[in-house]
Ligand binder design. Sequence first.
Ligand code: SAH
Length: 254
Amino acid sequence: MSGHLAVVGLGPGDARCLTPEASEALAAAQALYGYGPYLDRVPARAGQTRHASDNREERARAATALQHAAQGARVVVVSGGDPGVFAMAAAVCEEIEAGPETGRTLDVTIVPGITAMLAVAARIGAPLGHDFCALSLSDNLKPWDLIERRLDAAAGAGFVLALYNPISRARPWQFGAAIERLRRHLPASTPVVFGRAVTRPSEQIDIVTLDRADTVEADMATLVIVGSRETRVIRRPGKLSLVYTPRSAAEVSA
Ligand code: SAH
């Protein structure tokens, strides 16, 4: 029997955000691998084994899951959101490239999921309605000065920014430094959206301006969207404001 490895995106939290394709892949698994809190979101099924590991052990998890699949099992590795966005699909590819030949002969499927920036954007309108880019503020896997150069380039070029991994216990100052950096390029009135634990019971959305962005508390479950010069806020009585970026930009023709 030939093994199979699927890397499955669980979406931002709410089970309704899981795609039918992801549900099918989870149901067919003989073994599930992933970060413990993500595995906890997967309903228990008889006959499935579960292998929880720490969030920072992605390469080791990928190697173990590949070995298990190479023995002939149907193995699933889970990721929050989309597995291809700062997550396990790239770790699995890195391991397939660097690891033993058996990894390259396996069937591998990547099952997409709703990534955090899309879940947050949908809550408040259409901030990603025109050109945008996604950046992780984590300097675990890249140097901080590269992050600063990318912030400069993206904000300077007029992209809306979706900032993943804004802060953690081990990275307390980076988010403040990133906001400080963005103030060099963008007006104080630029809309900034904080989406925390979106689609989960503790969801919280805050809409502020760039000059106040460092007064809002972000955590590891927060995604931050920083608007461009084009991004607008529509105030609505008794309702959350709508934040959107129009589909045309000053120097871009249709
Ligand atoms: N693969 C995931 C991202 C992993 S990086 C995805 O596609 O969403 C982890 C970061 O994702 C967190 O630090 C946070 O910035 C963001 N994130 C994940 N789930 C979130 C949620 N429900 N609400 C807001 N941000 C979330």
